[in-house]
Design a protein around this ligand. Structure first.
Ligand SMILES: [Zn+2]
Length: 170
């Protein structure tokens, strides 16, 4: 694996909000119960949870409606992670690879509702995936490398950082 810190320029930022000003950041977290009106994730005790039962229950109690940062990133189209998959191997294993990625993304979202895939674009010989967090792009790249070998490159750029992962297998 190659780590490179080369800058891609500032155009990646797209005017998105700074992550550290997130009112729901784990370090500073707001008190009370907050519900995302878009994805129905529930925030309490500094943690977001995705659970339909908890959502129903929380609606009955004191709560504030909001939009979670993952939904904001999706609405503003401001992904922090990018994963590009390419190579001849992809054409023969496209379905399998997409399943692996989707299952891993579902698991990640279950563990942390703010980690999710925003967009999947399928082009000739390439798949491009955008994620809400740098961590998820990196995680998906590593899972792919573990299950399908190939070559992976990761680069971080900007502040707050975006992560670009590219995976290739011929
Ligand atoms: Zn949401």
């Amino acid at each position: 694996m190659l780590r490179n810190v080369e800058k891609f320029g500032t155009s990646d930022k797209r005017g998105r909000k700074m992550t550290h000003s997130d009112p729901f950041a784990p370090e500073t977290g707001l008190p009370g119960v907050h519900i995302c009106k878009s994805c129905h994730a529930v925030y309490q005790m500094k943690t977001w949870k995705s659970d339909p039962e908890l959502y129903e229950k929380s609606l009955d109690g004191d709560h504030t409606m909001t939009v979670c940062s993952a939904c904001q990133k999706r609405q503003e189209h401001a992904p922090e992670g990018f994963l590009t998959i390419s190579g001849d191997y992809l054409d023969q294993h496209r379905k399998d690879i997409l399943n692996t990625l989707q299952n891993s993304a579902d698991e990640a979202r279950q563990a942390n509702p703010l980690e999710r895939i925003i967009k999947t674009e399928r082009a000739d010989g390439e798949i491009m995936i955008e994620t809400t967090t740098v961590k998820l792009a990196e995680k998906l790249g590593r899972i792919l490398s573990r299950s399908h070998q190939g070559e992976m490159e990761i680069s971080w750029t900007g502040e707050p950082p975006t992560c670009r992962v590219s995976w290739h297998r011929d």
